[in-house]
Design a binder for this molecule. Structure first.
Ligand code: SAM
Length: 293
């Protein structure tokens, strides 16, 4: 009874892995077979007609092109890492955003890609290898156990936090949608547990001493995992000198207006944009050292 949003007749997206191929060459190659154009908002992202199936294309198999949606591709771009930075990808597997970061950093600097689940660490390693991202160090670890005081992380300037979420922005269950039991107690409990983790992980990210930018994203449409999490960390974020900062100002869908500054964060729509994502960016203003809590 459930179907994927990707079954809808909407355009398909793919991201050129610029570690292996430049966008121009990818366009030349792909235009031999497909109608394809470049996305106006996300560099490196290509748009194909609905139902285009690129799974078996040699550029996908060789890791020159990644099948990645538009919303998902906006996250690393929003973080905007510079080539020589050190970056933590806190919840990294399967690694689509990790290798996007690597491409944006032109293979320089260092990405520490952290993943808790052992099986998923394997997938992360495979993605990193396929992408040819040599500046990624994969860590099988709980992000919450990575100490901000550890000298190994003293130079980390940016954190991408894409924590486990309900995934409610990626799949619609037709029955769930129609029934009043949509907010069944088990769902509420599950969402609350997820939100508690998401908040904890975001608070942890905020406590790293040299971090200047943190992007928080989910593929959930639930306010409890999105705006509520952001709102709950605002006092702590501000005590560390962080402010929410506008990403993709040209994008019309913004956060639910439940706190001052909700227009800084963005949402993508489950149906209109094919995936329901939420993205928020914190930037540390000024150079004052973080306050201890
Ligand atoms: N960013 C990934 C991408 O774009 O390919 C998707 C990340 S997925 C939404 C969340 C991941 O976080 C899962 O693989 C999960 O196992 C992992 N995870 C959950 N809790 C974690 C923790 N405490 N520390 C590190 N990783 C964790």
């Amino acid at each position: 009874t459930s179907y994927k949003i990707s079954d809808l007749p909407k355009p398909r997206y793919a991201r050129v892995n610029t570690l292996k191929m430049d966008v121009e060459s990818a366009l030349v190659e792909l235009k031999k077979q497909y109608e394809v154009c470049q996305d106006a908002m996300v560099p490196d992202l290509l748009i194909f007609p609905p139902r285009t199936d690129l799974h078996d294309h040699h550029l996908v198999k060789s890791g020159s092109v990644f099948l990645q949606g538009k919303a998902s591709s906006m996250v690393a771009v929003a973080l905007g890492p510079k080539p020589r930075w050190e970056v933590i990808d806190a919840c990294a597997s399967p690694g689509n955003k990790t290798v996007h970061l690597a491409a944006l950093m032109k293979g320089n600097g260092k990405i520490i890609a952290c993943e808790l689940n052992k099986e998923r660490v394997k997938r992360l390693k495979d993605t990193v290898e396929l992408a040819g991202a040599t500046n990624v160090e994969v860590k099988h670890e709980d992000f919450l156990n990575m100490s901000p005081e550890d000298p190994a992380y003293s130079k980390v300037q940016a954190i991408l936090l894409d924590p486990s979420c309900s995934g409610s922005g990626t799949v619609v269950d037709r029955l769930d949608h129609l029934l009043p039991s949509y907010t069944a107690e088990s769902d509420v409990n599950r969402l609350e547990k997820l939100a508690a983790f998401q908040r904890k992980a975001l608070e942890h990210a905020l406590s790293f001493p040299a971090v200047e930018r943190i992007v928080y994203s989910t593929c959930s449409i639930n306010q409890v995992e999105n705006e509520d999490v952001i709102k709950s960390v605002l006092p702590l974020a501000s005590s560390y000198g962080f402010e929410l900062t506008t990403i993709f100002p040209q994008w019309p869908r913004r956060g639910h207006p439940i706190f001052d500054g909700s227009q800084h964060v963005l949402r993508t729509d489950l149906i209109e944009d094919q995936e329901g994502f939420f993205i928020a960016l914190f930037v540390r203003k000024g150079v004052s050292p973080p306050v201890k809590h």
